[in-house]
Design a protein around this ligand. Structure first.
Ligand code: C2E
Ligand code: MG
Ligand code: MG
Ligand code: MG
Length: 291
């Protein structure tokens, strides 16, 4: 198909490609609109200490309710935003809002915030974090930034500088989705992580026979302990998974077995009711059977 692009010239591309590009542009426009008109929200999923079922923190997960598209998954709009500069604005929103919301929780409860590799590669990133810490007045040690292995694909000098600057600020760093990327142990040798998050994909298959996932989970927990880091196992849904990963020494679990991510209003109600202990039973809309 040919399209008149003005100025008397023709641009050629397949109908399919045009649709994909057009759809991408529309999505980016909608994200821009979402930022401007308050359509974005953060929900919070508890991170629970398994030995006593105490909530030690929450991870902020972005939610978008679009007037026509309905609920759009962060798995869709975050990667789209990462291909444009919009990720910096989304990231700023998440940092700011999460720190503000966390100030209404008990002081020993941490807030974890996802940071995209592109946001991290921006030289101004540590300054942005410093500014938000100052504006909100939150204790830096309560703030945990979740990075994935993709941050190591960037300029090494910038990466090293950024790590140094963030540690100087006193925030905590977690290595998210561990084991799914270019997992290289050299990252753990040099980068100052406080926590490793074992990816859900290992949990999904850990109870299957003839699967290496359970052994890998055990090994990651051991490695993390040896390096003096915490470990959170992500995506635990069922009791057989829960029993297995706790038996393997998982100190912290984040998964539907405890709770899905909930809006701040629900977290505040929970606090008002004196809550900060959750039994592993799954949220109302997701109750696995204890076998
Ligand atoms: P992530 O950081 O690895 O977050 C964990 C994802 O696993 C979340 O999906 C969470 O809802 C889901 N999850 C947790 N426990 C369970 C479980 O037991 N079962 C199942 N099926 N899922 C579980 P979500 O909220 O859809 O987010 C997907 C990804 O989008 C996140 O993965 C993160 O990479 C990205 N993301 C979300 N919010 C933000 C944000 O504010 N900034 C950035 N840069 N990325 C974000
Ligand atoms: Mg995360
Ligand atoms: Mg993860
Ligand atoms: Mg992920």
């Amino acid at each position: 198909a040919a399209k008149n692009s003005g100025r008397g010239t023709y641009r050629f591309y397949s109908v399919d490609l045009k649709d994909v590009e057009q759809e991408r542009q529309e999505l980016l426009d909608d994200i821009r609109e979402a930022l401007a008109s308050d359509q974005l929200e953060l929900h919070y999923q508890p991170v629970v200490r398994t030995k006593d079922n105490m909530v030690v923190g929450f991870e902020a997960l972005m939610r978008w309710e679009h007037p026509e598209r309905g609920n759009v998954s962060p798995g869709v709009f975050i990667p789209a935003a990462e291909e444009s500069d919009l990720i910096n604005q989304l990231g700023h929103f998440a940092l700011q809002r999460a720190c503000e919301d966390a100030l209404q929780w008990p002081e020993n409860v941490r807030i974890a915030i996802n940071v995209s590799a592109k946001q991290f590669a921006n030289k101004a990133f540590p300054e942005t974090v410093a500014q938000i810490l100052e504006d909100t007045g939150i204790e830096p040690d309560r703030v945990e930034l979740e990075l994935t292995e993709t941050v190591f694909m960037g300029d090494t000098d910038v990466t090293d500088e950024t790590f140094k600057a963030l540690k100087t600020l006193g925030v905590r760093l977690a290595l998210d989705d561990f084991g799914t990327g270019y997992s290289s142990l050299s990252y753990l040798r040099s980068a100052p992580f406080d926590k490793i998050k074992v990816d859900k994909s290992f949990v999904d298959t850990c109870t299957q026979k003839n699967e290496n996932s359970a052994k890998i989970i055990t090994a990651i927990i051991g490695l993390s302990k040896a390096l003096g880091m915490d470990t959170t196992v992500e995506g635990v849904e069922a009791f057989d998974q829960f029993d297995l990963v706790t038996e393997k020494g998982a100190e912290y679990i984040q998964g539907w077995i405890y709770s899905k991510a909930r809006p701040q209003a629900d977290i505040l109600k929970y606090i008002a009711n004196g809550g900060f202990k959750i039994e592993p039973s799954g949220p109302e809309n997701f109750r696995p059977e204890r076998r």
